[in-house]
Design a protein around this ligand. Structure first.
Ligand SMILES: Cc1ncc(COP(=O)(O)O)c(C=O)c1O
Length: 438
């Protein structure tokens, strides 16, 4: 056992759940073997506590580092912010520049911006503003939107409510039971499921919140239909762009579909790994924030704004979405062709810069664990979600394709011989995301 695994064993004793994020628990990838901790991350390379180097074909900082780890331009801006004082009695001027840039990217519909530090916080702010604007209580949602009470309350009284959403089975323990029935799930590409909620609560839906696109292909007319329903019932339409934003175009993915929301929420890629999240929206809706109380000390801290401005500038300069799509396409092609050649039942879904893979076998989780184990031995961090970064190059991806081909040959053999579990050196990974694309 290496130092990283040792440290995680200790962490589990003193940090309940082991780490602050579900998607960083080693059990989600390769229990007992995953390196868990890093000493250095640069470009698309990561070094663990034993100084072993890996290429990151997993989540690139849970989707936050599209420009690669420790990007020099973003780091320079952050270092300057730190040297000039990252906290002060007065405000950071970069906050206004970041607001202007985000609004400009989402012209003409967006006119206002607010900021926070985590995606869950930003979604909670958006919901608070929507409730303040409409003076209603309930929220219709599709997908995952963070750890806050407003969202997790969906599973109170019926823990199957999130089963067909991105993260099923989240426990509502600790969430006030009186919130039961205030967060109501509907299904992506299924207008009837939203319509049913509207008929049940015609005058009490404050917001409809959803990712405009993540897993399934968007069906024609769906987003327009949701927009129409929101307008008809006077609910605030919020697009959660935390994960999809800045991967296929500069700004929210909704720009591609030409349907605009009343509010959009950004996080992850916005600061290339530095904590900054944003809520943007129309003047009409966002100004309801004035009538509420939405305020926190570290939402004003300077690093996030400086990183956000530098990240947006660099994304624009190099046209990062176009590079991410190029690499994402190559990764998806490598995976699907290697699976076909080896007769493996692999389902690749989602937009290509954030490809998700599912194995269509009863022991699919064990197969994924074996893939991660083989690739770890070859020097890669691999997970069932592969977030592309501009720090890849064609050679790195070609090598990944060659090594995946070898891994798939071994997996095909193990599937045929029924020895997948036998070849694992640790337990089978835990499931994380629901399989949303059949
Ligand atoms: C669509 C979406 N919304 C909200 C969140 C929550 O963001 P955070 O983990 O920064 O709180 C996530 C995180 O994965 C997400 O994918």
């Amino acid at each position: 056992m290496g130092r990283s695994q040792e440290l995680y064993k200790k962490a589990k004793k003193i940090i309940p759940t082991g780490t602050e994020l579900l998607s960083k628990r080693p059990e989600m990838f390769l229990p007992e073997l995953w390196p868990s901790y890093y000493t250095k991350a640069e470009g698309c390379k990561v070094w663990d506590l034993d100084q072993k180097q890996y290429y990151d074909f997993a989540q690139m900082g849970v989707g936050s580092c599209t420009l690669g780890y420790a990007d020099q331009d973003v780091n320079d801006a952050v270092i300057e912010a730190i040297q000039n004082g990252s906290m002060c009695t007065l405000n950071s001027y970069e906050e206004v520049e970041l607001a202007e840039r985000l609004i400009h990217l989402h012209k003409p519909w967006a006119e206002r911006a607010r900021f926070a530090r985590s995606g869950g916080e930003a979604c909670a702010i958006a919901i608070r503003i929507a409730r303040a604007k409409t003076r209603r209580n309930r929220v219709a949602f599709c997908g995952y939107h963070g750890w806050s009470d407003w969202y997790i309350s969906a599973n109170i009284g019926d823990e199957t409510q999130l089963d067909e959403q991105l993260l099923p089975g989240l426990k509502p323990t600790g969430v006030p039971r009186m919130l039961q029935g205030t967060a109501l799930p509907f299904l992506y590409n299924n207008l009837n499921s939203l319509q049913d909620l509207v008929e049940k609560y015609p005058d009490d839906i404050a917001a409809i919140i959803m990712e405009p696109r993540r897993g399934e292909e968007l069906q024609p007319g769906f987003l327009e239909g949701v927009r129409g329903i929101a307008d008809k019932i006077g609910a605030v339409l919020i697009f959660d762009e935390i994960t999809a934003g800045f991967r296929v175009c500069l700004g929210g993915i909704h720009k591609l579909y030409k349907v605009h929301p009343d509010m959009a929420v950004f996080g992850k890629a916005l600061g290339n790994g530095f904590p900054i999240t944003a809520v943007i929206g129309t003047k009409d809706v966002m100004d309801a924030a004035e009538a509420s109380f939405i305020s926190s000390t570290f939402w004003t801290e300077r690093i996030g704004f400086a990183a956000g401005v530098a990240t947006l500038k660099k994304m624009q300069e190099i046209d990062s979405p176009q590079i991410l799509v190029h690499y994402g396409d190559k990764i998806v092609k490598a995976l699907t062709e290697a699976a076909q050649r080896n007769g493996l039942k692999l389902c690749v879904s989602h937009i290509t810069p954030l490809a998700h893979i599912d194995w269509d076998y009863d022991n699919g989780l064990a197969v994924q664990t074996l893939y991660a184990q083989i690739m770890l031995d070859k020097g890669y961090l691999v997970s069932s979600a592969i977030y592309a970064t501009t720090a890849y190059n064609d050679e790195i991806i070609d090598n990944f394709a060659r090594d995946t081909e070898e891994a798939f040959e071994m997996i095909a053999d193990a599937v045929k011989q029924n020895t997948v579990e036998k070849q694992l050196r640790g337990p089978v990974k835990q499931s994380g995301f629901a399989r949303l694309v059949k």
